[in-house]
Write a protein of this length. Structure first.
Length: 732
């Protein structure tokens, strides 16, 4: 018992010290988390060793290894059993994975039933596989004879070491050649997995080369008991209310903290409202299930309902909006409107911002378009991912205000018919409303039942509301979509449609979605990747932008050829940006999107080319939810009262806009259980972020990459925090 505990606890301590070097703070908390991992494992190993001593003989494991080395027939027999067990285990795992996809992949309701059926199926598979164990063993024992034994190592030991090495090699090959490993947070998986490896190394050293040193240590059993007691107490002491610095360090940088703390918060959620106060969690009253982040603040009820800004005793000012009235501007958008929506395009990658790769702009066609358009250099998305940003800008509401189906929790919520989306507003005004896409998110089996045969059946964004026609043909499923080069087929069918509309002289409103440069980035002919690691991700992303720029050029050329350019307002925009490891959250370096609200993810391009309107660039802070009201205003369409955005037509005419902040929201989903709110100040100089536990303020002029938090030094910090707090409360 002492051997098992001592070896595992020492291995855990060594790994905890490595973790502490990486974390930099929260010593007791990190040690407490590692104690939670190592103590149960150490007790388990100790019980196994102690049980073996009781049933067989003291030192049975070492003697067994020696016997395997000396008894060749026994060594081959045990190796044969292990090979047979591995084959049968692989067959069971394969069968279970296939059954799981069939029984649990359709919907939440079916998952409950499917889980029970899967259990029954597994119980049925085990005896079937067991029947094949004996004949299989007759084959594998001969295979075992092929495995050589080296010196003191028996075939069994060689087999175990070789199998472990092969699994690691295969896993590494898949991770480093088939996946974007930078985003996988491998440290949080590798470090705990190293515990048995380090324990074995410690055990071999302690009972091998360092055996004499071990034997000189007095009262080893007593020392083990003391260390065990300390390990049991550490979580109780180290995981109490931490300092802000320690909490951030442990949850963001610790290898084990990023995974264990969220799990422990769920376990210690006293009022079961989905939020916990454990380890500085965001629930400000864990005994009242009506108090939690995201609750509606009830002024002057004696408690801070949403854990943000106190009791809300002040009068809440309505969210600024320009909705419910007929437009007053005389500026006209022409006859038609075309919105070219590029997925995942960062504002700072445009050539007009000065960005270059290989000493040239990635976006020569967009740069030329910008010379003909009104360019909003400070446009911000309201969410960092497509499923939240698209409904927001089409419905001109903040993500939490979009009505979605809450009966099924998913990364891709269904937008309810209660929302008033852009096409629903334009259609009664005489526009033929058209969508041109080829992506699983736009699947609609009611309106277009034949376009999503390869997409998982539960996908239902319901985003096609108000469309007369929406061509989402050749959309592929979620997994394959990450490497799908859809741009050529989307551009081809869009050009065909534009030619048709021009010949028929049809008034239209069209949305075209170009999914590149969305990850996983695809390499293209003529764009060789020469970088490695994170730099290679950025290079692939940049070249995807260069390719999509050509696609946009093809669309603009089609407008010129058909004559539609003279009568069509063209909008180029993106739903969100992309991250490349500059920031950390939840214990991970942030790659790609959908996990934070840093500027890199919400600062997006927004350009309007309007017939007869002079090009210009404006530095006004605007939001994507201003897109729909602006289009409505350009075409003399009344803006619905539900829309929260404002018309940008004054800026298109060269007039100053009333300065307003831009807000964004990160909402939790099954794949990422984190929340955040942010505000770009009305002058565009400050970015305020609140993630339910921590406040951050960044100076966007002096620190555009947002690496220095000024929350404790910015003289306007209190006012900025209050401005964001007030918006959070009144937006609900």
């Amino acid at each position: 018992m002492a051997t098992g505990l001592g070896v595992v606890l020492l291995a855990g301590l060594l790994l905890a010290l490595v973790d502490l070097l990486h974390t930099g703070d929260g010593v007791l908390a990190v040690l407490g988390l590692w104690a939670l991992i190592t103590l149960p494992i150490g007790l388990g190993v100790g019980l196994v060793l102690a049980g073996g001593n009781g049933m067989w003989w003291v030192g049975w494991l070492r003697k067994l290894l020696r016997r395997l080395r000396d008894d060749q027939p026994l060594d081959r027999a045990v190796a044969g059993v292990l090979i047979a067990a591995a084959i049968l285990g692989g067959m069971l795992a394969f069968g279970v994975s296939k059954l799981a996809l069939g029984l649990m992949g359709e919907s939440v309701q079916r998952k409950d039933i499917g889980a029970m059926l899967l259990g029954v199926a597994v119980v049925g598979l085990i005896p079937i596989l067991a029947l094949g164990a004996v004949p299989l063993y007759r084959v594998t024992r001969h295979l075992a004879a092929i495995i050589p034994a080296f010196g003191p190592c028996s075939r069994v030991v060689i087999l175990l070491i070789g199998s472990a090495g092969a699994m690691v090699a295969v896993g590494a090959f898949v991770v480093f050649t088939r996946l974007d490993y930078q985003a996988l947070n491998l440290g949080s998986l590798v470090m705990p997995a190293m515990l048995p490896v380090v324990s074995i190394v410690v055990g071999v050293l302690a009972y091998g080369p360092l055996a004499k040193l071990r034997e000189r240590i007095p009262a080893r059993g007593v020392i083990t008991i003391v260390v065990t007691v300390i390990a049991a107490v550490l979580p109780l002491v180290g995981l109490r209310t931490p300092s802000d610095a320690a909490r951030t360090a442990v949850t963001d940088r610790s290898y084990v903290g990023s995974r264990l703390i969220p799990a422990l918060r769920k376990l210690f959620d006293r009022d079961q409202d989905g939020y916990s106060a454990f380890f500085g969690g965001p629930d400000c009253d864990d005994r009242d299930d009506a108090v939690f982040p995201g609750a509606t603040e009830i002024p002057e009820n004696g408690k801070d309902d949403n854990c943000v800004g106190g009791d809300g005793k002040r009068e809440l000012v309505p969210v600024p909006r320009d909705a419910g009235a007929a437009p007053a501007s005389t500026l006209s958008g022409g006859k038609n409107v075309l919105v070219i929506f590029v997925d995942t395009l960062r504002h700072d990658r445009l050539g007009i911002t000065g960005y270059k790769r290989d000493d040239k702009s990635l976006t020569p066609r967009l740069d030329a378009f910008a010379q003909q358009a009104v360019v909003f250099d400070q446009a911000y998305a309201q969410a960092p991912n497509t499923p939240r940003s698209v409904p927001s800008f089409l419905g001109s509401r903040y993500p939490t205000q979009i009505a979605v189906d809450k009966s099924r929790r998913t990364n891709y919520p269904t937008v309810l018919d209660d929302n008033e989306l852009l096409f629903e507003v334009l259609k009664p005004a005489g526009f033929r409303t058209i969508g041109e896409t080829s992506h699983f998110y736009f699947c609609d089996r009611v309106r277009a039942p034949d376009t999503c045969k390869d997409v998982i059946s539960w996908m239902k964004s319901n985003i096609q509301q108000g469309a007369d026609e929406w061509d989402n043909s050749e959309a592929v499923d979620i997994g394959p979509s990450n490497r799908d080069v859809s741009g050529p087929r989307i551009v081809k069918k869009t050009i065909t449609k534009l030619d048709e509309l021009a010949k028929a002289d049809t008034k239209f409103a069209m949305l075209v979605h170009l999914s590149e440069p969305h990850s996983t980035y695809v390499e293209h002919d003529g764009y060789p990747i020469t970088e490695h690691g994170t730099a290679s991700l950025a290079q692939k992303y940049d070249y995807e932008i260069a390719v999509v720029d050509k696609r946009i050029g093809e669309l603009l050329e089609a407008l010129d050829k058909t004559g539609l350019a003279k009568t069509t307002t063209v909008v180029v925009m993106s739903d969100h940006g992309e991250a490349f490891g500059v920031h950390r959250a939840g214990g991970k370096q942030m790659f790609f999107h959908g996990q934070t609200l840093y500027r890199e993810l919400i600062h997006v391009p927004l350009m309007f080319r309007i017939p007869g309107v002079a090009p210009r660039r404006t530095n006004d802070v605007v939001q994507l939810l201003d897109l729909a009201p602006t289009i409505a205003d350009l075409f003399d369409v009344t803006v619905p009262a539900s829309w929260q955005g404002r018309s940008l037509v004054p800026a298109l005419e060269g007039k100053p806009l009333d300065p307003r902040p831009a807000f964004a929201e990160l909402m939790p989903v099954p794949d990422w259980e984190f929340e955040s709110r942010s505000m770009i100040s009305a002058d565009g100089k400050r970015h305020v972020m609140f993630d339910l536990t921590d406040w951050m303020i960044f100076d966007l002029e002096a620190d555009p990459d947002e690496t220095k938090n000024l929350v404790k030094t910015d003289p306007d910090a209190a006012k900025l925090q209050q401005d964001l707090t007030s918006w959070i409360e009144r937006a609900r």
